[in-house]
Design a binder for this molecule. Structure first.
Ligand code: URA
Length: 269
């Protein structure tokens, strides 16, 4: 084995130990379940339909000829929807009061990282530390996330990190569907501006929010989904790994596959 390969192997083992402890996880038999084998039933393009598209479809499918005369109602656009960069978007939405979380938050947690990142990581919502600092994943789970990213050769600075909801749910409860729905357009706009190649959803709430799928985490892990131009994979939330260390092996396998997906996508350029 040449020296460079030895160094790489050694570094990978050090990283693995740092994050996942003494257990050694082998990765040689990992196989990603491709989107061909597991074609998502609903593609993103079908999920995020504008009011105009929905009305058009209803009109087209209607047998009532008169309905075709109904004029389409354009939803009025809000200023933030025209943002041309993340800073502008943040300024326009950071005082948001569209859902009740706006009243109880300390700080709005927009997201952080490389505005041109190829990799987007999506968590659930801010916790106490994030709410206090206005930054995502800065608490214990955040430290573990940094280590997980490092284990697959990504630094926090090169990726972008955001959440499904931008304000802390009281007592860290799971965000309610209505809260997620009102916040998701902001994340969609961030995705449009960042234009990542790959997205890693952390935990079921993140995956359900983004992919709109009613599936278990077990069913979602290991598969690749389409979200516009980006590919999406799902793994455990780092906070769940802190509570259940026996899930770390699965996470290790997921993120190895995610790295492979990224490498493949980066080659396509
Ligand atoms: N958990 C999340 O889902 N997001 C954060 O930003 C922090 C903890």
């Amino acid at each position: 084995m040449n020296e460079k390969l030895q160094d790489l192997l050694l570094q990978s083992l050090i990283d693995q130990k740092e994050i996942f402890g003494d257990e050694l996880f082998e990765t040689k038999n990992l196989k990603r379940r491709t989107s061909v084998e597991f074609e998502p039933k609903i593609q993103q393009s079908e999920v995020v339909k504008s009011q105009k598209e929905i009305i058009s479809e209803k009109i087209l499918s209607s047998k009532n000829e008169n309905l075709k005369e109904i004029p389409l109602i354009e939803e009025p656009k809000e200023k933030w929807q025209f943002s041309s960069n993340l800073d502008e978007l943040n300024k326009l939405i950071c005082e948001c009061q569209k859902c009740p979380l706006g009243k109880t938050r300390n700080k709005f947690v927009f997201g952080t990282g490389n505005p041109n990142a190829d990799v987007l990581v999506v968590g659930e919502g801010p916790g106490a530390d994030e709410d206090a600092q206005g930054l995502p994943f800065v608490g214990r789970a955040g430290k573990l996330l940094t280590d997980i990213l490092k284990a697959i050769n990504f630094s926090r600075e090169e990726v972008y990190i955001a959440n499904i909801v931008k304000c802390r749910p009281p007592a860290n409860r799971t965000p309610l569907p209505a809260e997620m729905e009102s916040c998701l357009p902001y994340l969609n706009k961030q995705i449009e501006l960042i234009n990542p190649k790959v997205i890693l959803c952390l935990g079921l709430t993140s995956a359900l929010g983004l992919l709109k799928k009613r599936e278990s985490l077990t069913n979602l892990r290991g598969k690749v989904f389409d979200f516009g131009k980006a590919k999406v994979m799902v793994t455990y939330h780092p906070a769940a790994l802190l509570r259940n260390p026996n899930w770390k092996r699965g996470c290790w396998e997921d993120v190895q596959l995610f790295r492979k997906l990224y490498d493949e996508m980066a080659q396509l350029k």
